[in-house]
Design a protein around this ligand. Structure first.
Ligand code: NAD
Ligand code: ZN
Length: 674
C-alpha cells in the first residue's frame, strides 16, 4: 500500500529524475531514455499528484513546459505563452478527451481537425510588415531562445511574405510551428557525422533540435532543416478566423509552409483518422510521433481555455513508440549460411514498434566498431515498420567505467576454423569447409553440375540431409545408405536409388571439378582449372607456400591468400582426406608428354566456325603448346580460319606450316583428353 511518506519520497525522486531528463533532452539534445520511458515516469508522477494533491508543487515537471532557455542565446519573451500538449495513448484516453470537450461545450458532437504530430521542436516566428524579424524556441513556454539567424538559413522559410492577390500583408504576424528534419536528410546527416567521427543523433527530433540550437548559424546552415507552421500567436491586421482550418488556409495565402490538417467529426472521425495516419506513418518523408487532435472552432477554443501547461481544446494522440532504450547484455557472433560472422547484440528485452525485441544485428565488424557498441552499454533501439531492429546510438553518458571495446573473434565460434576477411573488407567469414553453419549451402554447391555433378541433390535435399544430421561433412554423402535416405520426408525408393547411383558415379571426377566443389571462396571454374594444372595432386596444396600459389595463372594476391588459408586449415585437410578415403578419385588434368602440340608455337588467325579463339588457345595450351600473337620463323603452325589476312600471308612467305580449321580439329582430336 502507498503511504503518504512513501509517495512523497517517490514523487521527489521522480521530479529529480524528470528534471535530469528534461535537461538532457531540451538543453543538451542528447536524451538518455526513450520518449516512452520518459512518458511512463511522467505518468507515474501525475498519478501520485492526483492522489495526493498536496504533493503538486507549481514547479513540478507536470506543471511546466519544456526546459529553460540556454543563456548563450539571446532571450525572447513570448507575447503569449507557448504551451505543450496533453498526451493520450489509447482509445480510452480519446473517449475521455472527447467526453470532456463535449461536457464543457455542451455539444453532442464536436468538429475536430487532425494533424501529423511532427517530431521536431516548436518555434515562434514574428513577421513585421511582411518581413521575418525574429524567431525563438519555446524554452520554458514563457521565455525562449533567440534563434533568428539560424532560422534564416532554413530554405523553405520565406524571409518575406508574398501574399496571393487581394490578400493584405498583416502589420504584425506571429506564427508558430515546428522545425524538423526529414528522414532522408537525417540519415545523410548522421552518415556525415559518422565519417567525421562525431557522435550520432539518436533520432530526427534531436537532430533537428541540436541543429537549430547552434551558436554558429553557419553550422545550422549546413544542416538540412525544414519547417511547418500550424498556429498563429498574437498578431495585428489579421482577418477574424472562425475556424482553425480557415486560419491555415490564410497562412498558405501568405506563402508560408503549413502543416497538413484534416477534418474529423467526433470521436469516431478521430478514430478513423488515427488508423489512417498510423498506417501511413512510414510513407511520410518525416518522422511523426503521433497525431494532434484540435477543436476546429476558434470560439469553442476560447471557451475551453487551458490548464497549467496545455490547452483543453487539443491533445496529442501518441503512436506506439518505435524507439526504445535498453541494455546490451551481451554481444554474440552468428554464423550465416555463407559463413559470414555477424555480430548480434543481445538486449534486455524491450517492446519496440509493438513487438518484444531482444536482439539487434550489428551487421559486421566495421559497423560494430563505428558504433562502438559494448557489453553493458545503454543503447537506443529502433524498429520502424517491418524493418529489423537496429541499434541507432550508444548513450555514452551511461557507459560503465570499466567498459571494454568488443574484440572480434579470430575463429569461427561454431566450428573453430580461422575466420578471414572478405576481399571487400567488410565481411569476416569462417574458412571451414565443414562448418555446420554453412553446410547446407556448401553441400548444394558440392553436388552442383559444374562441381561433383550429383544429380538430384539440390537445395531442398541438401537442407534435409544436413538438418537430419546425416551429412556433417562432404564425405558423409558417400556413406549414405538407402535405409537412411528413406527416413527423409517424401523420399521414395526410386529417388533414393537414383541418388545413390549418382553419388557413386560422381567419385570418378577430375581434379578441376574436385577443387571447384570444395567451395573455396572466389575459386570459380576457371581458377579451379588453373589450380588443377599447377597442382595435379590435391594434397600437394596442403604444403604449398603462398608464393607457390601466387604463381598460378590468374591467381591474384587476395585469392592466393584465400586459397592458402583454406588448405592450411586442418579441418579442410581432414575433409579432403576423408573424401579420398571414401573413394573419390580426382583425375589429374591430361599432361601431354607427346602429341603434335608439345613445345610448339602456334598462331591463331581468322575466324573459326566451330570454336572460339579463347577456347582454341586453351586447347593448344592444354596440349603443351604455346599460342603467340605474331608470325615469325619460330612459329611452328599457323591456324587459319575464315578471312585470315596478313598473318596468313606472312606464314606463306616464311614457309610456316598452315592448318585450316578442319586439320586443326583433327590434330586436336588425335590428342584429345580433357
Ligand atoms: N527522452 C527524454 O528524455 C525526454 C525528455 C523530455 C521530453 N521528452 C518527450 O517530449 C515530450 C514532452 O515534450 P513537449 O512538452 O514538447 O510535448 P509534446 O512533444 O508531447 O507535444 C507538444 C509539442 O508538439 C509539437 N507539435 C508537433 N506537431 C504539432 C501540431 N500539428 N500542432 C501542434 N503542436 C505540434 C509542438 O512542438 C508542441 O510543442 C514527452 O512526452 C516526451 O515524449 C523526452
Ligand atoms: Zn565455422
Amino acid at each position: 500500500m502507498d503511504t503518504f511518506p512513501k509517495a512523497e519520497a517517490r514523487a521527489r525522486a521522480l521530479r529529480q529524475e524528470l528534471a535530469h531528463h528534461n535537461h538532457r533532452y531540451y538543453v543538451l539534445d542528447a536524451p538518455e531514455i526513450s520518449d516512452a520511458q520518459y512518458d511512463t515516469l511522467m505518468r507515474e508522477l501525475q498519478a501520485l499528484e492526483e492522489k495526493y494533491p498536496q504533493l503538486a508543487t507549481p514547479d513540478s515537471p507536470t506543471q511546466r513546459v519544456g526546459g529553460a532557455a540556454v543563456e548563450d542565446f539571446g532571450q525572447v519573451v513570448h507575447s503569449a505563452q507557448m504551451l505543450s500538449l496533453a498526451n493520450i495513448f489509447d482509445d480510452e484516453g480519446l473517449t475521455e478527451f472527447d467526453d470532456r470537450v463535449r461536457k464543457l461545450t455542451g455539444l453532442t458532437q464536436v468538429g475536430y481537425v487532425c494533424e501529423p504530430k511532427l517530431d521536431g521542436l516548436a518555434i515562434s516566428l514574428r513577421f513585421e510588415d511582411g518581413r521575418f524579424v525574429q524567431g525563438a524556441t519555446r524554452g520554458d513556454g514563457t521565455t525562449g531562445e533567440d534563434v533568428t539567424s539560424n532560422l534564416r538559413t532554413i530554405k523553405s522559410l520565406p524571409l518575406e511574405l508574398f501574399p496571393q492577390d487581394g490578400v493584405k500583408v498583416p502589420k504584425r504576424l506571429e506564427v508558430r510551428g515546428e522545425v524538423f528534419i526529414r528522414k532522408e536528410d537525417f540519415r545523410k546527416l548522421n552518415e556525415k557525422r559518422e565519417e567525421q567521427g562525431e557522435s550520432l543523433f539518436a533520432n530526427p527530433r534531436n537532430a533537428a533540435a541540436g541543429s537549430l540550437r547552434q551558436l554558429d548559424p553557419k553550422e545550422t546552415a549546413a544542416r538540412p532543416l525544414s519547417v511547418y507552421l500550424y498556429e498563429c500567436g498574437p498578431s495585428d491586421g489579421l482577418p477574424a478566423f472562425k475556424t482553425h482550418t480557415e486560419k491555415l488556409e490564410y497562412l498558405k495565402t501568405l506563402g508560408l509552409p503549413v502543416n497538413h490538417s484534416q477534418p474529423a467529426l467526433g470521436a469516431d472521425g478521430i478514430r478513423q483518422r488515427y488508423d489512417e495516419s498510423l498506417k501511413g506513418r512510414h510513407a511520410l518523408p518525416f518522422e511523426v510521433d503521433g497525431m494532434v487532435v484540435k477543436v476546429d472552432d476558434e470560439d469553442l477554443r476560447r471557451r475551453l481555455g487551458q490548464v497549467s501547461k496545455s490547452p483543453r481544446w487539443a491533445v496529442a494522440y501518441k503512436f506506439p513508440p518505435e524507439e526504445e532504450s535498453t541494455l546490451v547484455q551481451d554481444i554474440g557472433i552468428q554464423v550465416g549460411r555463407t559463413g559470414a560472422l555477424t555480430p548480434v547484440a543481445h538486449l534486455k528485452p524491450v517492446k519496440v514498434g509493438g513487438v518484444m525485441v531482444s536482439r539487434a544485428t550489428l551487421h559486421n565488424e566495421d559497423e560494430l566498431r563505428r558504433k562502438d557498441v559494448r557489453r553493458g552499454d545503454t543503447v537506443f533501439v529502433r524498429r520502424a515498420g517491418d524493418v529489423i531492429p537496429e541499434i541507432v546510438t550508444v548513450v555514452l553518458s551511461k557507459r560503465p567505467e570499466d567498459s571494454q571495446p568488443f574484440t572480434f573473434p579470430t575463429h569461427c565460434p561454431v566450428c573453430g576454423a580461422v575466420a578471414a576477411k572478405d576481399e571487400d573488407g567488410a565481411i569476416i567469414r569462417c574458412t571451414g569447409a565443414s562448418c555446420p553453419a554453412q553446410l547446407v549451402e556448401k553441400v548444394r554447391h558440392f553436388a552442383s553440375r559444374t562441381a561433383m555433378d550429383i544429380e538430384g541433390l539440390g537445395d531442398k535435399l541438401a537442407t534435409q540431409l544436413v538438418t537430419s544430421g546425416q551429412v556433417k561433412t562432404f564425405a558423409d554423402l558417400f556413406a549414405l545408405t538407402k535405409e537412411s535416405l528413406l527416413k527423409l520426408e517424401r523420399m521414395g525408393e526410386k529417388s533414393a536409388e537414383n541418388l545413390l547411383a549418382s553419388i557413386a558415379a560422381s567419385k570418378q571426377t577430375t581434379q578441376r571439378r574436385f577443387l571447384f566443389s570444395l567451395g573455396i571462396r572466389h575459386v570459380g571454374d576457371s581458377t579451379a582449372r588453373a589450380l588443377a594444372e599447377a597442382f595435379p595432386q590435391v594434397k600437394a596444396l596442403f604444403t604449398a607456400s603462398l608464393e607457390d600459389i601466387s604463381r598460378v595463372k590468374d591467381v591474384g594476391p587476395v585469392m592466393a591468400q584465400v586459397i592458402h588459408t583454406f588448405f592450411q586449415e586442418p579441418q579442410n585437410q581432414a575433409t579432403i582426406q576423408s573424401l579420398l578415403d571414401a573413394g573419390v578419385e580426382p583425375a589429374p588434368p591430361a599432361v601431354s608428354t607427346g602429341g603434335p602440340f608439345v613445345g610448339k608455337t602456334v598462331v591463331l588467325t581468322g575466324t573459326m566456325v566451330g570454336m572460339a579463339r579463347e577456347q582454341a588457345k586453351e586447347e593448344v595450351e592444354r596440349r603443351g603448346g604455346k599460342v603467340s600473337g605474331s608470325v615469325s620463323r619460330k612459329t611452328d603452325f599457323v591456324v587459319a580460319g575464315e578471312d585470315a589476312g596478313s598473318k596468313l600471308k606472312k606464314a606463306e612467305e616464311l614457309g610456316v606450316r598452315i592448318l585450316d580449321e578442319q586439320a586443326f580439329l583433327q590434330m586436336l582430336e588425335g590428342n584429345a583428353r580433357a
